[in-house]
Design a protein around this ligand. Sequence first.
Ligand SMILES: [Zn+2]
Length: 351
Amino acid sequence: MKLKKWCKYFIALIIIIILVVIGYFCFFYHKETKDKTTFVEKEKVNKTIEVLKADNLYDSKYSHDYKQIEYVENENFSKYVNDFLKKGYAATTVNQIFKNLSAEELDYVFKNEKMNLEDYLEYRNFDVDKYSRYEKYAKDNKDLKLQDVITRVNLKLDYNYYENATEISNPSDINVLVNKYNYLPSNYVPANLTKIKSSNTNATMIKEAADAFEKLVAEAKKAGFTLLATTAYRGYNFQKILYDKYVKEDGIAKADTYSARPGFSEHQTGLTVDVRNPAIKDARLSDENYAWIKEHCSEFGFIIRYPHNTTDVTGYIEESWHLRYLGIETAKKVMDSNLTYDEYYDLYIAH
Ligand SMILES: [Zn+2]
């Protein structure tokens, strides 16, 4: 009995010793890492001053600011630091400028008047050379958040449709963005165009997309409805004949509201399909069909390319029947993001 009591005290003592030892090591480990970080920052700041002095550009007027600026490898570092401080950028902003901008963008900041970079630098898709366009667009669209201003200007939505349009250099890329500002070369024909089995019009798509489409059709069948591809790949010349006919009938302004110009149609990628349920009259799909497609299309690699209420971004009216193939991984990300593909592309693919 006595021995047991003695034993209990002994075990308690051992536990206390172990806890004290652990606490001791934790404290010193923490202190050491903290010291290390301050040391690194201090070293970078010291390097800033050192480099400025070596370049004969140390200006005592800014000595307080220099102490907060971290050195970065750049041949114009000293010149830039003095210029940015002279323009009135805070030392913290100078650090951010060096951290977030490319070499060309740094040069742009150097060559231009002071900008409100503090507001913009946190956005991943901010391009400094579009600064004045952002500012103007924000002024004209006061209800938009700055993130949306940046994305929309990057998408060229501050220009009229088809104005300053760019020819796409990588047309066979599965992520290719085709819209009213990005067009496919007139001679671009996708490889591997394959007939879609579930089509009453001999529609074709690139093989990977056509195979994925059949899987979507089979799953829709299980859910109780038939899906058919009405149009998928459309060649440049076909789109040209179509568009020219509309222009002749209705004039350019009106034709542009309902028909894509040749090269500007996503159907030329071979990654796009228009669907319909043949059992539905006067519409392509029922509301239930559309709800099902919206929920499940990404499981097969498709997205709704022109969703409800996004005309101001996509330039197209809602097209519940127009599906775009992107592969399962990207399609899921796009559908989960609740963004249009145009916005998703600018935010996560282009930047
Ligand atoms: Zn379509």
